[in-house]
Design a protein around this ligand. Structure first.
Ligand code: SIN
Length: 360
């Protein structure tokens, strides 16, 4: 090795060891924000057979105290309390879990000594839980959802840095009033617009076209953008007295569509259907008569799109005025389902429901 290479190697080693011992920014504990971590399970609480297991691990095995203890730096930036509200993989999240979670979040945020909440969650339905809370939390205080793509036992697990950033964000003054957020992979995304875009990469949460709200960098949030859609304290939805949400399901559009699933949902008594249509929410000949029939039976039909970006135009690919359908605007089908369920707790008037889709 040349003298230059030896010197470079030494500098690199020193930089690494300095980085390893550089503490999180010390703050006066009396002035630290109080952040509650509500743990629901997911990969962030998952464990694998070995440090190289990143697929085929078991989600939702590690408890909230172990999650907090694994990142001692958290305690230097916030006074944290952990609560294990569920311990599930997020593909098993239900409306009942959401109602329980929203009520607990609202109860905690009503306490004067709680400044913000972090919710650890599986990534598969994380965007849905975030949007549900965006519409049902009655507080300006920060609520931040966080997950991980690699289990806690993996080399380069992303959970610890994600949870650290989430706690920083939930305890920060800059995050107040911004609606429910997802903080992962150093990006801050808005609950309404973010979506999971990759089955396994750590930068899976993205807001295509509309963009991130900001970044977590150097122990602080940096905001650049704000959603204009109403949320949290401006939302008209109140779940405090609800113990059930109306049945709303999603029917996926594709070539050679078979309407049997739609008909079964209607026969089951669904109050609403979100049609994840092709393109601009187009209604193929194989499904259109069944959707019209569903509406005639009183079911609210929302035309959404499986495309993932863009506005579903009212009276574009279908005459929504004539059919008495609603369009989802830019909401993806899984989030349109959430807004429709909440809308149906207040009204069955399609004009009022359409207005909600342009408001939230
Ligand atoms: C889950 O959603 O609970 C499993 C997958 C993940 O957290 O990434």
């Amino acid at each position: 090795m040349s003298a230059l290479h030896t010197k470079l190697a030494l500098i690199a080693a020193l930089t690494l060891s300095l980085a390893a011992v550089t503490p999180a920014p010390a703050q006066d504990p009396g002035h630290l924000p109080n952040v509650v971590i509500l743990a629901t399970g997911g990969t962030i609480a998952g464990s694998g057979a070995s440090s190289t297991t990143t697929i085929g691990y078991t989600a939702a095995t590690v408890g909230v105290d172990a999650l907090i203890d694994a990142v001692p730096e958290i305690k230097k930036v916030a006074n944290v309390k952990g609560e294990q509200i569920f311990q599930i993989a997020s593909e098993s999240m239900t409306n009942d879990h959401w109602l329980k979670l929203a009520k607990r979040v609202n109860a905690l945020l009503a306490l004067p000594d709680v400044d913000g909440i972090v919710i650890t969650h599986g990534t598969d339905t994380l965007e849905e839980t975030a949007y549900f809370l965006d519409l049902t939390v009655k507080s300006n205080k920060p609520v931040v959802l966080v997950g991980a793509m690699r289990p806690s036992t993996a080399i380069s697990a992303d959970g610890p840095i994600n949870i650290y950033n989430a706690v920083l964000l939930a305890g920060s003054k800059e995050a107040v009033g911004r609606g429910v957020m997802i903080a992962m992979n150093d990006a801050i995304n808005a609950a309404r617009d973010v979506t999971k875009t990759n089955t396994s990469l750590t930068d899976t949460f993205r807001t295509p076209e509309l963009g991130v709200l900001g970044y977590m960098q150097d122990n602080a949030p940096h905001f650049y953008r704000q959603s204009l859609r109403k949320h949290t304290t401006e939302s008209e939805f109140d779940v405090s007295n609800l113990d059930k949400l109306p049945d709303v399901d999603i029917v996926y559009g594709y070539a050679n569509i078979n309407p049997i699933a739609l008909d079964a949902f209607v026969a089951h008594g669904d109050k609403g259907i979100v049609y994840a249509g092709v393109g601009d929410g187009s209604l193929g000949a194989g499904i259109k008569p069944n959707l019209i029939d569903a509406r005639k039976k009183g079911v609210i039909v929302v035309r959404s799109s499986r495309v993932g970006n863009g506005i579903v135009a009212r009276n574009g690919e279908a005459n929504d005025d004539e059919l008495d359908f609603v369009v989802s605007d830019t909401l993806n089908p899984q989030k349109a389902r959430i807004l429709l369920m909440l809308a149906l707790t207040n009204t069955t008037n399609t004009k009022a429901i359409q207005k909600m889709f342009y408001t939230y």
